[in-house]
Design a protein around this ligand. Structure first.
Ligand code: NDP
Ligand code: GDR
Length: 349
């Protein structure tokens, strides 16, 4: 049985990747941060009691800021494949917390790569690189496009990209960069724009809210469906040689168009509900990201299958289902949903 270790397993991609690898018969290990509230909600459907002898999902406390813990876990788990997804992944927040973003999203990668080298095992390594690395370089972007990051997050990802390449070239590690364009799903964090819009459309439809406040609605992104992208990650580690690949749909849409898709799906006019709030603007914006995934198509046989219109429908339908027949979510579903604390926490995102 193959053994995989996923950092960031509690996130959107980590949870879909765990689903995929369990389906493929892997034993899946995940690193989870200790938190005073449960942060494993996205794994509830696959979680099995530790006393269950047949379980193949095993969670370990750890943090990518803690090098000695990573060394211990690598030695104990002895994985065949490591998928490094853990990051401070929010671009707007990276302007508020540039040092922490560098420490987690950047240096965290080096800590993990060092732990892999110290384990002296033949491990295949996946690095969650990002289209944000291209930043100000105009589309279409592919594996040869110059990086020009526009945020502390983008800069930290460029550092991690080059550390991954360096460990491949210096030590012969099977290390790959997946340069993924935006991918979304009902499991997306609530402060990313697609989920924020889908959630608001459903709540406005049910009379729970009236308005949705957004920042730059002219930004163009290449939005795909997350479960398809984790399949691409796995395929990259099954090749004979390590290499770097872009995953994208090749279709760009504005935030405004995504809002139109979501609101029209529930029979509403987005313009009547969307308001501007400059708190959501970024000091430097990435205007347009549209990926060229032809290399992945040829080498991995991978291509995106879900259109942005369909993606918006999937996300809005999931929000409507969460609200349930009553049109109100169960009180324990989102502890902060209507509170001031939640508003404060998400105000600048
Ligand atoms: P999420 O924000 O949903 O998940 C991030 C994960 O990292 C969570 O499990 C989080 O834990 C964990 N994490 C954060 N800080 C630490 C830490 N200090 N130690 C250990 N774990 C930590 O991101 P996505 O799933 O969307 O993305 C996965 C990866 O892919 C990220 O690296 C992201 O930057 C990158 N990426 C994402 C794209 C996208 O469109 N989704 C596109 C390109 C790249 P917790 O749940 O406790 O917060
Ligand atoms: P992004 O995703 O920055 O592309 O990073 P996000 O959904 O946060 O923003 C997309 C675009 O929408 C604009 N925008 C808003 N964004 C948020 N979050 N909230 C708003 O209210 C809002 N209004 C407009 C943004 O300015 C931006 O142009 C995501 C993350 O998953 C990264 O980790 C990943 O690397 C990249 O995608 C690829």
């Amino acid at each position: 049985m193959k053994r995989a270790l996923i950092t960031g397993i509690t996130g959107q991609d980590g949870s879909y990747l765990a689903d995929l690898l369990l389906d493929k018969g892997y034993e899946v290990h995940g690193i989870v941060r200790r938190s005073s509230t449960f942060n494993t909600r996205r794994l509830d459907h696959i979680y099995r009691d530790p006393h269950d002898a047949g379980r193949r999902l095993i969670l370990h406390y750890g943090d990518v800021s803690d090098a000695s813990r990573l060394v211990t876990l690598l030695a104990r788990i002895r994985p065949d494949e490591v998928y490094h997804l853990a990051a401070q992944s929010h671009v707007r927040v990276s302007f508020d917390e540039p040092e922490n973003t560098g420490n987690i999203t950047g240096i965290g990668t080096t800590r993990l790569l060092e732990a892999i080298l110290m384990s002296a095992r033949d491990i295949r390594y996946y690095q969650a690189s990002s289209s944000e690395m291209f930043g100000a370089t105009p589309p279409p972007q592919n594996e040869h496009t110059a990086f020009h990051p526009r945020s502390p997050y983008g800069a930290a990802k460029v550092y991690s990209y080059w550390m991954t390449r360096n460990y491949r070239e210096a030590y012969g590690l099977f290390a790959v960069n997946g340069i993924l364009f935006n991918h979304e799903s009902p499991r997306r964090g609530e402060t990313f724009v697609t989920r924020k819009i889908a959630r608001a459309a459903a709540r406005i439809k049910n009379g729970l809210e009236k308005h949705l406040y957004l920042g730059n609605i002219d930004a163009v992104r290449d939005w795909g469906y997350a479960p398809e992208y984790v399949e691409g990650m796995w395929r990259m580690l099954q090749r004979d040689e390590p290499d770097d690949y872009v995953l994208a749909t090749g279709v760009g849409s504005t935030v405004r168009e995504f809002a139109e898709h979501c609101f029209s799906h529930v029979g509403l006019d987005w313009q009547s509900h969307v308001r501007h709030d400059e708190a959501y603007l970024r000091p430097t914006e990435v205007d347009s990201l549209i990926g060229d995934a032809s290399k992945a198509r040829t080498a991995l046989g991978w291509s995106a299958r879900t259109s942005v219109e369909r993606l918006a429908q999937i996300m809005v339908d999931a929000e409507l289902a969460r609200l349930g027949a009553s049109g109100r979510e169960p009180s324990d579903a989102l502890p902060f949903a209507d509170s001031r604390a939640h508003h404060e926490q998400t105000r600048s995102r």
